[in-house]
Write a protein that binds this ligand. Structure first.
Ligand SMILES: Cc1cc2nc3c(=O)[nH]c(=O)nc-3n(C[C@H](O)[C@H](O)[C@H](O)COP(=O)(O)OP(=O)(O)OC[C@H]3O[C@@H](n4cnc5c(N)ncnc54)[C@H](O)[C@@H]3O)c2cc1C
Length: 473
């Protein structure tokens, strides 16, 4: 048995675990990442980064890596496949970046390696025990003694199960299938480039079912998604056969459409669940381990990456003895409501897949309503993550809000966050340098009535009180 020590063990090297490990390494925390699989599968579930995730990656200088690996930008989001514009939001990234999940993971793992952290592959967490002083984690022939364990081990999380936490929510009635399918030539009516959410979905033959195609990076390669929100197979884990996929394609796109290759296919449920707690003493949950839902609106990966960025700096502050009492508990207090809101919007989106003529009429009416700019704004705020704000005791609307990026010096204010520290922006006071805070004088703030804001490492305003500069000094 190999005995290791670490400040934090991250179980799972999906997007959530890799983002968290990056955040911890950046803060100088000794992190061990355990991953069950021996190698990357290269298979992609998610295909997009939402605007808030793009902003968050930009805060760490990671967006460029994702952009290099992306295959498109889509200047809108969608709600139940009804396009919604991000245009009304004050963001430099009003688009979805089309990037396969495998490429997001590759970019994050590359950055992690540059920080000197290697993922321990083929190491499945099989058990752990916590006491007052730490957690002992077992993964095959490795035992790690650590101060904290974070389960980023996906929807079937072994960490969550070992904690015996309820996974609260509801069991859906339906299912969906995603498959990457290479056609001999583009199916009739299918777009050849992913530039809009329009025209990606066709209603399917039976009520409550759907079929959609998203063009991917290679010519004639598509993400085929289909499903039925009213009927699920007896065994949700049963392999999706090529025959099943071919049958769906024939049914919706005609007998003449030829499939060259089905690269992978997998079935998922429309259950919606969130862990009863995100923290039990020294053990935390993040990403799909903490919440799962039908992948409507392209939000799951984005939620997980942002969980990671919320938790990372808090764990680092605690480990370095700089955290105020209760800081670690704010992780659940802030992030669980965000997950609950996503679960609710996903349920609403699922309900907009019509199964009756009345629901068809409701969808048409809803679609009409989305032409109202305020409705677009509300919906795009939900799916993009741009509407997230965290509770604050301060009355000013800036407190708890995300800091919109703006030009600063030769670059942007987001550049000041690359080290993962707090950032103090002030229009007046010249504050002496501080080891834990990046201090910058700016020409103006997005809130004209304020002269300074202290912004957390994850880009949300911690405090707006003008005396903050004096306190740092
Ligand atoms: C078909 C489909 C399409 C989707 N499309 C989108 C989309 O367009 N946009 C979007 O934002 N989201 C989408 N999602 C959701 C997204 O894929 C997930 O939310 C995302 O993968 C969650 O990341 P994660 O790191 O939390 O978990 P995972 O990606 O599940 O990663 C968990 C990791 O933990 C490892 N692991 C598991 N158990 C252990 C263990 N005991 N010990 C060590 N390691 C372990 C696993 O091997 C895995 O590598 C989609 C999901 C599906 C199913």
């Amino acid at each position: 048995m190999d005995e290791l020590t670490a400040d934090v063990v991250v179980a799972g090297a999906g997007p959530t675990g890799l983002m968290l490990a990056n955040e911890l390494a950046l803060a100088g925390v000794d992190v061990v990442v355990l991953e069950r699989l021996a190698g990357r599968t290269g298979l992609s579930k998610a295909l997009n980064l939402q605007p808030r995730t793009a902003e968050v990656l930009d805060l760490r200088g990671l967006l460029g890596r994702a952009e290099q690996r992306s295959f498109t930008t889509v200047p809108e989001g969608h709600f139940a496949m009804i396009p919604v514009s991000y245009a009304g939001w004050d963001t430099r990234h009003p688009y979805q970046l089309g990037i396969p999940q495998a490429q997001v993971e590759a970019a994050l793992e590359e950055c992690l390696a540059e920080q000197g952290v290697k993922v321990l592959r083929g190491h499945e967490l099989t058990g752990f025990a916590q006491d007052e002083g730490g957690v002992t984690v077992t993964a095959g022939d490795v035992r790690v003694r650590t101060a904290y364990l974070v389960g980023c081990d996906g929807g079937r999380s072994a960490v969550r199960k070992a904690l015996n936490l309820p996974f609260e929510g509801f069991e859906g009635r339906g299912h969906g299938v995603s498959a990457d399918v290479l056609f001999r030539s583009a199916p009739p009516g299918a777009p050849t480039e992913w530039r809009s959410m329009r025209d990606l979905v066709r209603s399917a033959a039976s009520p409550g079912s759907f079929v959609g195609l998203i063009p991917l990076a290679e010519p004639n390669l598509y993400r085929l998604s289909y499903g039925d929100r009213l009927n699920r197979p007896a065994d949700l884990r049963a392999k999706v056969t090529d025959d099943e996929v071919r049958e769906v394609v024939r049914g919706r796109f005609g007998d003449d459409v030829e499939i060259a290759e089905i690269r992978w296919a997998s079935r998922f449920s429309d259950d919606a669940r969130v862990a009863g707690r995100y923290r039990v003493d020294r053990v935390f949950l993040a990403g799909d381990a903490a919440h799962t839902h039908f992948p409507a609106g392209g939000q799951g990966l984005n939620l997980g990456v942002q969980d990671a960025v919320n938790l990372g700096w808090k764990l680092a502050a605690e480990l370095k003895g700089r955290a105020p009492a209760g800081l670690l508990d704010t992780y659940e207090a802030e992030r669980r409501p965000v997950a609950e809101a996503v679960l609710a919007n996903v349920a609403a989106q699922t309900a907009l897949i019509p199964a009756t003529p009345e629901q068809g009429a409701l969808r048409l009416l809803f679609q009409d309503l989305t032409a109202i700019p305020a409705v677009q704004h509300r919906l795009s705020g939900m799916v993009s993550g741009l509407d997230i704000r965290y509770p604050s005791r301060e009355p000013h609307p800036a407190a708890g809000s995300r800091l919109p990026d703006f030009p600063h010096g030769d670059g942007h204010v987001s550049d000041l966050f690359h080290k993962g520290k707090f950032v103090l922006l002030s229009t007046t006071s010249v504050v002496p340098p501080h080891p834990d805070v990046v201090v910058a004088r700016v020409a103006a703030l997005p809130w004209p009535d304020l002269t300074s804001v202290l912004v957390r490492p994850d880009g949300y305003v911690a405090t707006t009180t003008d005396s903050v500069g004096d306190r740092l000094a």
